[in-house]
Ligand binder design. Structure first.
Ligand SMILES: *Cc1c(COP(=O)(O)O)cnc(C)c1O
Length: 302
């Protein structure tokens, strides 16, 4: 499936907002791992598709889900059939948006279900009914699918992301803090577990709600048997919630692109970078320390 760029590049960038406080900023370019399955999605999906071992991979997402798109691309690359259960049956009769069109072009079978049915997807008893209703049951030729949860965060994914921590642990640049944007917390759960004993991980939730500490801990518990690594969350940088990009965040991201020539993905990466610039200004990082910003994805081509 093409050679992924692992370990992903890690390099320092000169940014006066950090230098002023004696802090080094490094970029961990996970967005460069693979052209069609970038970033943390590669780290999370590849162990899952290996475990699927040829079975149809079935997963879930909203109409703009990065996870669905990455699953479709990874399935095509590895030669596994994929089924995407999409939230919202009102979408069924409409033209596909660009994200879903990409999924379909990669061979993913898309099944639209009502929001009520979608909410029951994690109940094993309800799931088979949901799949029948969606046209993705045994009667439709989908036998014994390998089910990956919405957002792709399960034990295999967390283990895959521990390798991200391992790369930063080994890095010659000497990373003290690694920062990552969080949706489900799977990437943070693995990253923190893979870091070395004197390193810390910062998670920046992009959704509102304050559930991420619990979810990340639950993922670490089911994967490793308990909490692992030294990690914390800062809940101040969601900018109103998922997919909200208010003008001040847009301006921040455009300015960061100008300064560093880095394409800044807005829904996750911009919020994490904004958190780091704010935190360094607040004196949150010790003088002489190095902060690695994990670039988990790249902007959609428009
Ligand atoms: C999916 C995604 C995340 C969130 O990863 P989780 O493991 O769900 O926390 C972060 N950044 C980008 C660019 C993503 O696409």
């Amino acid at each position: 499936m093409g050679t992924p760029g692992l370990p992903s590049p890690l390099y320092p960038v000169g940014d006066e907002r950090f230098e002023r406080h004696g802090v080094r900023l490094l970029l961990k370019r996970d967005d460069l791992i693979h052209p069609s399955v970038p970033g943390n999605k590669w780290r999370k999906l590849v162990p899952n598709l290996a475990e699927a071992a040829g079975r149809t991979v079935l997963t879930f997402g909203g109409a703009y889900s990065n996870h669905l798109r990455a699953t479709a691309a990874a399935g095509r690359l590895l030669g596994l059939p994929t089924v995407g259960v999409v939230r919202g049956d009102e979408l069924a009769g409409l033209p596909l948006n660009p994200s879903l069109a990409r999924c379909a072009a990669d061979g993913m079978r898309l099944c639209f279900v009502s929001r009520a049915a979608y909410r029951r997807r994690n109940d094993p008893a309800a799931l088979s009914g949901l799949l029948e209703e969606a046209g993705a049951g045994p009667g439709d030729g989908v036998l014994d699918p390998f089910v990956v949860p919405e957002g792709g965060s399960n034990e295999a994914a967390v283990r895959g992301c521990a390798e991200l921590g391992g790369e930063l642990r080994e890095a010659a640049a000497g990373v003290d803090v690694a920062a990552v944007a969080c949706g489900t917390g799977g990437t943070l759960a693995g990253l923190a577990a893979g870091l070395g004993p004197r390193q810390r991980a910062l998670g920046v939730p992009v959704l509102r709600g304050g559930f991420l500490g619990r979810d990340t801990e639950a993922l670490q518990r089911s994967t490793f048997g308990g909490r692992r690594g030294d990690w914390w969350l800062d809940d101040r940088f969601h900018h109103g919630g998922y997919a909200r990009v208010p003008p001040e965040l847009e301006a921040f991201a455009a300015d960061f692109e100008d300064r560093h020539g880095l394409p800044v993905e807005r829904l996750y990466v911009a919020k994490m970078l904004h958190a780091l610039v704010t935190l360094v200004g607040e004196g949150a990082f010790a003088r002489g320390s190095a902060v690695a910003a994990v670039v988990t994805g790249r902007p959609e081509p428009s």
